[in-house]
Ligand binder design. Structure first.
Ligand SMILES: [Zn+2]
Length: 142
């Protein structure tokens, strides 16, 4: 039985690892850039409302800033005083193009871990998840 409201650190750590923040179950990634709509382990529906994934945009923008900072400052520090500005610029632009695409699925699970840590799963979400699991596990009439 999944915890309705795991501790914030637990939910966030699960999200960072790409797992369900409620139960810690894996297998959420449909491909590198996207995740499934409901948890295959506990049945939780991930998108809580329209616009829910806007928060994952904040996560991915923060990741882009961190990667750009590490590439730029790291490149300057490593190559000082002969900094290859053109190479740094190209690497930074390429990173800014690919990080948001490759990291979008991860940004979604991380956002869920953050958001679910602060906003408990509601009783109606719990009931929906249980009904979803029951429907999935019900034997098909022959
Ligand atoms: Zn789950």
């Amino acid at each position: 039985m999944a915890e309705p409201h795991p501790p914030r650190v637990t939910a966030f750590a699960r999200g960072l690892r790409g797992h369900c923040p409620r139960c810690g179950g894996g297998g959420l990634f449909r491909n590198v850039t996207d995740i499934v709509e409901t948890c295959p382990t506990c049945g939780l529906q991930f998108e809580r409302e329209d616009g829910y994934w806007l928060g994952s945009m904040i996560v991915i923008m923060a990741l882009v800033l961190v990667v750009f900072f590490v590439v730029t400052v790291g490149g300057i520090l490593v190559t000082w005083p002969d900094v290859p500005w053109t190479v740094l610029l190209i690497v930074g632009i390429v990173a800014n193009l690919f990080v948001p695409i490759v990291g979008y699925g991860w940004a979604k699970t991380t956002w869920m871990g953050l958001e679910r840590g602060f906003t408990p799963t509601t009783p109606s979400e719990e009931a929906d998840a249980a009904a979803r699991l029951a429907a999935r596990d019900r034997p098909v009439d022959g």
